[in-house]
Design a protein around this ligand. Structure first.
Ligand SMILES: *[C@@H]1O[C@H](CO)[C@@H](O)[C@H](O)[C@H]1NC(C)=O
Ligand SMILES: *[C@@H]1O[C@H](CO)[C@@H](O)[C@H](O)[C@H]1NC(C)=O
Length: 762
């Protein structure tokens, strides 16, 4: 509805004091998440205004504050309200989101306090006035805060009588505003004079009615991402006038509850929601599929149920069914990139249909339609959503996993009891939450495009930092050349989306009703060079079984210098190859003569005793130093020559440097320095321990000497002049613990990893 109201554009110009900008989205304070509170307030208020609770409230009004939860059967709502009561007690006194605090306190006070107005007002004045004077209504409505519904509750209990208004406010004609909301022409005629009325209440009521009718003063429609379409000018006028009513009338702030003002404000709220819904419906849905099923017509059928635009990005897989299809990877990826150039609105949705879909049925179409609908309903809370899955053996597969991406490793793990529960109470019963969901999934297009952008950033930041990247100018082509490989499948694309989603803090919701008919993409996923280089992952475990590996550092020197310059854990492959070499070559030495040969770790390798347990090395060390000692005479040169073939078969070679032997893998991915000597008194090394699963020996003074020399309680890098561990690449998955805290001392993590995930997969 668009009506030019030239008479109105001159009306009542004023420049109100600027209001504090709303700062609630994504804010968490002392365990209170304001997004969650907003969503629950809306949910509870729906019940309060339209559900069974409305009746109880009126009863409560008569009986002076009967606890509404007592007579209301819905346990969930009851829990809700109980939680509100508890939350009110722990709300931060000074919050970044005062609006949330005010709304919650007012709601709970109205439902439970049972106080007469005067007593109520003394206690809650700050909150009420915060809603009127401290909150920018334009922003609050756009962000979905139910300000007017909360105020409407107060009016419900404390409004009613025409308070002692100044004479000039005794306006009969205000009562006619609400019935005229559906008739713009008449409303305009009726309201225009009221806009200039001397009484602020009349001005407030008139501009509220015009706002609720969706009329335009010629200004802009409300547009803060959610673009519902109320007129910003009228809304601001309404607020200005209401602030005057609250401040100037002799009836005091209670005057704002004079009829019909509260009712008109509720109509504004309803109009806002109506616009919002209409606008959401006008959205656009992009359906993306690549695979071996010829289901283009079925996807078009799916489109028919959708209001607004519906676009299908369909590609039939050319290679044999059941194989990983590079063209599908490319298809999903290029659609993502294309969406990125569109500046999507918050109402847009992208449905990825997994290429692992093995059949199309009416049930599947129905479940997908419902998934789209349910996500749409919860669009503010749910960034992406999927379903449980059934594979072609008709086996039910629960797809929700925890995704851990740390220390060059990636692991998909089952949750101990399936999934997390949504913190949004209205979503708690029919949704499961986790780090990932099915391959067929719905994204808010805006979030999806956010993932694409993050991916591009990641490629530019992470890929060129690795050895082997020709660093002469990072271009799109050079990046793509470093990333491309033959065998990329659509499954890998889904894994990349999982990783990006996790990184951006988006939770995956799984709708518990219905199922996607697809093969498990996690079973088909690989650790491709692209995933490995873009996300700095060297080992991945998607399901059970041995981890998949892809190494990023061809030489130990490069891995070591990466660790020192960025403050990260030594690369997985480097540590693994060092570990294996020590175990193999050390094992070779011990087996040669179990009674007369021992291994004695020296220099920093002694510190493994204190740090790494029996089977690992401490993860910022890319080095092993040890003595191989025999109780009989040893001639190193001839001994090694004699065993050269054997060592080679095990995958190792050596360089002799005087009495020191440098063992290395044939590919030179790892090296270690070993001093071989004999005869020596091996029995003097009478303290035993294990390192990388091998028996090693020490003597007492050696341990004390190492402790005095290294003082290993503090954790420092090797080869630096005593630098304490700290990460210099913020957000890198392999960041070392913080032992420095910008010079302030040991960090929050206590200069230690939070668990043992950093170690090699076993
Ligand atoms: C309220 O917020 C809107 C949108 O951010 C802004 O344009 C307007 O100036 C604000 N109003 C006041 C009075 O601060
Ligand atoms: C279906 O899932 C089960 C259990 O995860 C698995 O053992 C089976 O191989 C799967 N079938 C196919 C065709 O992938």
């Amino acid at each position: 509805m668009w009506l030019r109201l030239s008479v109105l554009s001159v009306a009542w110009v004023s420049t109100p004091r600027a209001l504090r900008a709303l700062d609630c989205t994504g804010v968490e304070e002392e365990g209170v998440r304001w997004d969650v509170i907003r969503s629950e307030l809306r949910h509870a208020l729906r019940e309060v205004h339209h559900g069974a609770l409305a009746r109880d409230l009126h009863a409560a009004k008569d009986s002076k504050g009967r606890d509404p939860a007592v007579s209301y059967g819905d346990v969930q709502l009851q829990r809700h309200l109980e939680r509100f009561q508890k939350l009110v007690l722990v709300l931060p006194e000074r919050s970044r989101c005062p609006l949330g605090r005010h709304c919650l306190r007012v709601l709970v006070s109205v439902l439970y306090s049972g106080l007469p107005w005067n007593a109520w007002f003394v206690r809650y004045e700050e909150d009420l006035l915060g809603l009127v004077h401290g909150t920018n209504w334009t922003e609050a409505l756009a962000a979905g805060w139910p300000v007017f519904e909360v105020m409407g509750l107060v009016a419900d209990l404390y409004g009613g009588e025409i308070a002692s208004l100044p004479e000039n406010c005794d306006v009969e004609s205000l009562a006619q505003l609400e019935p005229l909301i559906g008739q713009p022409e008449q409303l305009t005629t009726h309201a225009a004079p009221l806009l200039r009325h001397a009484c602020a209440l009349a001005r407030a009521a008139a501009s509220a009615a015009l706002t609720a009718a969706g009329l335009r003063s010629g200004g802009n429609a409300l547009q803060l991402g959610w673009a519902p379409g109320l007129d910003v000018g009228f809304l601001a006028q309404t607020q200005t006038a209401v602030r005057l009513v609250a401040g100037r009338h002799t009836g005091g702030p209670k005057a704002i509850f004079t009829p019909p003002l509260p009712q008109l404000l509720l109509r504004v709220e309803q109009a806002n929601q109506k616009y919002h819904r209409a606008w959401m419906r006008q959205g656009r849905v992009d359906i993306v599929y690549c695979g071996s099923l010829p289901i283009e017509a079925n996807l078009e059928e799916l489109c028919k149920g959708i209001q607004g635009e519906c676009l299908i990005h369909f590609q039939l897989q050319e290679t044999d069914a059941g194989h990983r299809a590079p063209e599908c990877f490319e298809h999903y990826r290029s659609v993502g990139q294309a969406l990125q150039s569109l500046r999507p609105m918050a109402s847009w949705t992208t449905l990825l249909v997994s290429s692992g879909t093995w059949t199309w049925t009416e049930d599947l179409a129905h479940d997908l339609r419902r998934l789209l609908h349910e996500r749409h309903q919860a669009a503010r809370e749910v960034d992406w959503a999927g379903l449980a899955t059934i594979n072609s053996s008709r086996i039910f597969n629960w797809p929700v996993r925890r995704v851990t991406h740390k220390y060059w490793k990636l692991a998909y793990e089952e949750y101990a009891t399936g999934h997390e529960t949504s913190p949004f109470l209205p979503l708690a019963q029919f949704w499961a939450v986790g780090d990932t969901t099915s391959g067929t999934r719905v994204y808010g297009t805006k979030s999806f495009v956010g993932l694409m952008r993050r991916l591009a950033e990641r490629e530019r930041e992470y890929v060129p930092s690795l050895p082997g990247f020709a660093s002469a100018g990072v271009t799109r082509q050079s990046l793509e050349a470093a990333l491309r490989s033959e065998d990329e499948g659509a499954e890998d694309w889904l894994v990349m989306l999982d990783l990006l989603g996790k990184e951006m803090g988006l939770r995956a919701y799984t709708y518990l009703n219905g199922a996607s008919l697809e093969q498990n993409y996690q079973a088909g996923a690989r650790l491709t060079p692209r995933i490995s280089r873009t996300f700095h992952i060297e080992a991945a475990r998607f399901l059970q079984g041995p981890p998949l590996e892809h190494c990023l550092f061809p030489e130990i020197a490069a891995a070591g210098s990466f660790t020192h310059s960025h403050g990260v854990v030594v690369s997985y492959c480097t540590r693994k190859s060092l570990w294996r070499m020590f175990r193999d070559v050390g094992g070779w030495w011990l087996q040669m003569n179990p009674l007369q040969h021992i291994i004695v770790p020296v220099s920093a390798s002694v510190l493994n005793l204190y740090r790494s347990g029996e089977t690992e090395l401490f993860p910022w060390d890319a080095d092993i130093d040890a003595n191989f000692i025999a109780s009989h005479p040893v001639v190193i040169g001839s001994l090694l020559e004699e065993h050269e073939e054997r060592l080679k078969r095990m995958g190792y070679s050596y360089i002799l440097r005087g009495d020191r032997v440098v063992f290395r893998t044939l590919e030179d991915t790892a090296r270690m320095d070993i001093w071989i000597s004999g005869p020596q008194e091996v029995r003097a090394y009478d303290i035993r321990a294990r390192l990388c699963g091998l028996r090693v020996n020490f003597f007492r003074d050696q341990l004390m000497g190492a402790v005095w020399y290294y003082r290993p309680g503090e954790k420092i890098y090797g080869h630096t002049r005593g630098q304490l561990l700290h990460c210099q690449w913020r957000q890198h998955n392999a960041c070392l613990p913080d032992c420095v805290r910008n010079g302030l001392g040991v960090g929050q993590d206590g200069c230690e990893f939070s668990d043992r995930f950093v170690h090699l997969f076993t």
